[in-house]
Design a protein around this ligand. Structure first.
Ligand SMILES: [Zn+2]
Length: 130
């Protein structure tokens, strides 16, 4: 499987880079190479997000499979970035209170695995409350 072009940038691991369609001024994260609204008429460019956003909805996951199993329970939330893009993400450091809609969050980067191809450390984007 070939990773999308945007994901091959090393800086991607430390920055929140998505895309923006300049035709309809809609931001997307994760990045999309094609604007789903404008299709071929879209003018899609890379866009760096501030990483700040707000929780739209949140769910606590108690059972998970695979790599996430050791982390349960954890919170999965839909976050709307201040630029307007929405993504589903894990919210970490959620403390004793449940994560709730309206909570302010910011992106953080967590080491996900150091057993990737060729020993490359992989980072994943998570969010934490601020
Ligand atoms: Zn568009």
């Amino acid at each position: 499987m070939t990773a999308p072009r945007f994901w091959r940038n090393i800086e991607q691991r430390y920055r929140l880079v998505g895309t923006e369609c300049r035709t309809c001024e809609t931001a997307y994260f994760p990045p999309r190479e094609l604007c789903p609204d404008c299709r071929r008429g879209g003018d899609v460019v890379e866009k760096e997000f501030s990483g700040e956003g707000e929780v739209v909805s949140a769910t606590v996951v108690h059972e998970a499979v695979g790599d996430y199993d050791s982390e349960t329970p954890y919170t999965v939330a839909v976050v709307e970035l201040e630029e307007g893009a929405r993504l589903t993400t894990q919210v970490v450091d959620d403390g004793e209170d449940d994560v709730e809609p309206g909570d302010s969050v910011e992106a953080c980067f967590r080491r996900v695995s150091d057993q990737g191809d060729e020993g490359i450390v992989q980072y994943g984007t998570r969010f934490r409350r601020v």
